[in-house]
Design a protein around this ligand. Structure first.
Ligand code: NAP
Ligand code: 2RA
Length: 365
């Protein structure tokens, strides 16, 4: 065992957690973990991950002391119950759930976009939602150069965004349809997902006519770009793709920017790869954000359209969390990995089911 950081991975058996362990393995040169300890529910206790890591149950008997970092992806409820306890026990928590993103005392960080926000952390750092994450990597360079006044986004979100169980639901429905068998009833989504498109990704909360997934993009964009004046219109849609979210994006800039100039900016942007027509299959397993179809919008002199695709489990979640860990460990952004001061401020988002999954029965339509 090296004397590198001790890292807890909470939700290690899930869709994000599995990729989190992969990223930690792949980026071992930068992180050099002393020990990685996977946590999940009692159901998974004793499972072996990565051929050597024994899953521990996260319960009141769990020993959560002695961690430098804790990477959480076990749903907002688990984060609310446990993140602060890990901070109090000495860890810096990087949380993938929606639990703390709206808290003004908690930095919401995309590693290429606003790493400076890490300086403010008091032990708890929030990872943005996957659909916002990839959008920010693509749009921040343009916002910095000419300002973005307004954006209109339609997402095409893959089922792994809803977690392991949703991937199983897509596969089971597709297999049954192709075999001509009786299709299993939907349990994760409000409608069949195989060979279909569901025009509302996320939950309708408290009679809102936008889903929580859409609200996340509206709020998180302004927080990350530190600009409350940006208009964000978004429709989040679930499509029968296993991995990678796609986004059709239209932006209205403050200063004029041609498609060729946008292309030049993005060719230099960290974490971006330009492609003619990006696709979810090609983006799957990659850490970069793929941007293509950059073109002028003929209906407005200062508007551009583009298509943005990234792996929701990697850059949309695990990769960014591990990149934040690297920034903290490198030490050029904060003076230490462990918590600064007391526990973080309160929680502001409503309680949602595990993994913030889309409701099988929508709260309202
Ligand atoms: P998932 O596949 O359903 O996995 C959930 C994980 O959390 C499993 O490891 C599960 O353990 C564990 N877990 C659930 N309740 C727990 C508890 N009380 N104590 C300890 N562990 C618990 O979900 P996911 O897609 O990985 O998402 C996890 C989180 O990441 C969610 O907050 C989600 O919003 C966020 N996120 C997901 C994505 C994405 O693309 N999927 C992207 C960004 C952020 P068991 O296996 O033992 O049940
Ligand atoms: C999704 N909220 O619905 C998830 C990803 N974080 O795709």
């Amino acid at each position: 065992m090296s004397d590198g950081p001790r890292i807890a991975v909470v939700g290690a058996t899930g869709a994000v957690g599995t990729v989190m362990l992969e990223c930690l393995r792949e980026r071992a040169d930068a992180i050099s973990p002393g020990e990685i300890v996977p946590f999940a529910t009692e159901r998974s206790a004793g499972r072996i991950l990565d051929g050597r890591l024994v899953v521990r149950a996260l319960n009141d008997d769990a020993d959560i002391s002695g961690f430098d970092l804790a990477l959480f992806s076990a749903g907002a409820g688990t984060s609310r119950e446990w993140a602060r306890r890990f901070v109090e026990a000495g860890a810096t928590v990087i949380d993938n759930s929606s639990a703390f993103r709206r808290d003004p005392a908690v930095p919401l960080v995309v590693s290429e976009v606003n790493p400076h926000a890490l300086k403010q952390h008091r032990g708890l750092i929030a990872n943005p939602n996957c659909s916002t994450m990839q959008l920010m990597v693509a749009l921040a360079p343009i916002h910095r150069a000419v300002g973005i006044e307004r954006m209109i986004v339609a997402t095409y979100q893959s089922v792994s965004g809803t977690g392991h169980a949703a991937v199983q639901e897509l596969d089971a429905q597709a297999r049954a349809d192709l075999a001509g068998d009786e299709r299993p009833a939907p349990t994760i989504y409000p409608d069949q997902i195989a060979f279909n498109v569901i025009g509302a990704a996320g939950n309708f909360v408290d009679g809102d006519d936008h889903t929580d997934e859409e609200r996340k993009m509206m709020f998180e964009t302004r927080k990350i770009l530190e600009d409350e004046s940006i208009g964000v219109a978004v429709t989040c849609v679930r499509v029968p793709v296993r991995t990678s979210h796609s986004e059709a994006v239209n932006i209205q800039t403050r200063e004029p920017l041609s498609a060729a100039q946008a292309q030049e900016l993005l060719a230099e942007a960290p974490g971006v790869i330009l492609e003619d027509v990006p696709s979810p299959l090609r983006a799957a397993g990659r850490d970069e954000v793929f941007v293509g179809r950059i073109r002028g919008d003929e209906s407005h002199p200062r508007a551009l359209s583009m298509f943005v695709v990234a792996d929701n489990l990697r850059k949309g979640a695990a990769t960014n969390a591990v990149q934040i860990a690297e920034l903290l460990l490198r030490g050029d952004l904060g003076d230490r990995v462990v918590a600064k001061g007391g526990p973080p401020a309160g929680v502001t988002e409503p309680e949602l089911p595990v993994a913030d999954r889309d409701t099988a029965v929508p709260a309202s339509r």
